[in-house]
Design a protein around this ligand. Structure first.
Ligand code: PPS
Length: 424
């Protein structure tokens, strides 16, 4: 079941849009995306990109079909088209997130069960302890993931049932909140998931579907097999490959304000390579000219409209669920309700499953899949970000704005990233 149309968002899933307007919108969107691809491929200098709002608009557009990594001939076009209205209604104020400190205010709706004793974050074993989530799954982790009963990679699945290919995938985005979502959905008795990231549709495709199936936990009839690999969302070949595995695969994308996401991405890299240049330096091709370096993956990943276009060549919009990374923190039960509806599951993971942990500054699970003890995500989730020059943040927000608006139109959902006053 797909989530209902967002009230007040023109072109939400339930709204009717005249075909001509649809077409017009499709054309303009296509042109924008084509231009964007063109720019990314070097049309305005390697990787240098300004937002569409400030582009001179002189680039010769190429057909998206002619670009590498887009739809193969005969591949299904998405029945979904961007909604007709060019405008997205002014969103209401969203909670701001100035620092990595307590989010208690934002999490006011949360069930606050005190943790005994002294709110210690319980990090027990497996996926949490080793933090395998950072797109760095090793072969060793993967082989462990395949063995039943080990939490390290696979589920605590008993040794019965069958290994099946996944019916649902969390395909992105990196640093969006994908680990939090996977761990929350794993608490559902009808879901079994791989703890580590298999990276099958990007790095390990040549290993074949049997390898992939073998990585999966065993499931009983009626249980859903899942995995998450956030890099799929930005992998050109992933939509085609997933479509050829099973065209009815359900796709989930956790999206987050692209500016905050970029800073989070940078923070992760910085933690591994402290010698890298500052965020401010990496973000620009030419800071004086205001040329954002869209070839830097931390920036490029956040151009969601661009990547989504690639998926819509193969999958209808109704088969993709967009989860708000921000709401996953402020209202995890609300987002989980949508996820369970989308997966056709009974709403079992509810607010009773979460509590807000003040020490961590994030929601944590009261009862993870394999344990009755509460558990928060590991230390690589919810890191303190370095302070970024507000002028750079401002420029990045301006850069992303038209792409965000395009993304809202494509999805029929307003994520309200323009309303956030500050990024941590
Ligand atoms: N419950 C809970 N606990 C901790 N962290 C949470 C939670 N929900 C969402 N988040 C946010 O998830 C961000 C990491 O995203 P991912 O799990 O997608 O990262 S990764 O791509 O797998 O590395 C991580 O980003 P940073 O804050 O930048 O570290 C968090 O903001």
């Amino acid at each position: 079941m797909s989530p209902p149309a967002q009230p007040g968002v023109p072109g939400g899933r339930g709204s009717k849009v005249p075909p001509a307007r649809k077409l017009l919108c499709m054309c303009s969107l296509s042109l924008c995306l084509t231009y964007l691809c063109y720019s990314l491929m070097g049309g305005t200098g390697p990787g240098a990109l300004r937002s569409p709002a400030v582009l001179p608009g002189t680039a010769a557009p190429r057909s998206p079909a002619a670009l590498p990594g887009t739809a193969a001939p005969g591949a299904p076009r998405s029945p979904a088209s961007p909604p007709g209205s060019p405008g997205v209604p002014a969103p209401s104020a969203a909670p701001t997130r100035a620092s990595n400190g307590s989010r208690e205010g934002a999490a006011g709706a949360w069930l606050r069960t005190p943790l005994a004793p002294g709110e210690v974050i319980t990090v027990q074993s497996g996926a949490f302890e080793r933090d395998p989530q950072e797109s760095s799954t090793t072969d060793e982790e993967l082989s462990r993931a395949g063995s039943p009963g080990t939490r390290g990679g696979g589920s605590t699945t008993p040794d019965y049932g069958e290994k099946r290919l996944p019916q649902a995938l969390i395909i992105g985005v990196k640093k969006g909140g994908t680990r939090a979502l996977l761990e929350a959905i794993r608490a559902h008795p009808d879901v079994r998931a791989v703890g580590t990231e298999p990276h099958f549709f990007d790095r390990n495709y040549e290993k074949g579907l049997e390898w992939y199936r073998n990585v999966m936990p065993k499931t009983l009839d009626g249980q859903i097999t899942m995995e998450k690999t956030p890099s799929y969302f930005v992998t050109n070949e992933a939509p085609r490959r997933i479509h050829s595995m099973a065209k009815d695969t359900k796709l989930i994308v956790v999206v987050r304000n692209p500016v905050t996401r970029a800073i989070s991405d940078y923070t992760q890299t910085l933690s591994k390579k402290p010698e890298i240049p500052t965020f401010e330096v990496l973000a620009f091709k030419n800071r004086t000219l205001g040329l954002i370096d869209a070839s830097w993956s931390a920036i490029r990943i956040g151009i969601y409209a661009l990547h989504l276009e690639n998926w819509l060549q193969y999958f209808p919009l109704s088969q993709i669920l967009f989860v708000s990374g921000e709401r996953l923190i402020t209202d995890p039960a609300g987002e989980m309700a949508k996820v369970q509806d989308f997966l056709g599951l009974k709403r079992i993971v509810t607010e009773k499953h979460f509590y807000f942990n003040k020490t961590k500054g994030f929601p944590c699970l009261k009862k993870p899949e394999d344990s009755s003890a509460p558990r928060c995500l590991g230390k690589s989730k919810g890191r303190t970000h370095p302070k970024i020059d507000p002028d750079v943040i401002h420029r990045l927000r301006k850069f992303y704005k038209p792409f965000n608006v395009m993304f809202y139109q494509m999805t029929g959902q307003d994520f309200q990233w323009e309303q956030e006053e500050s990024d941590k």
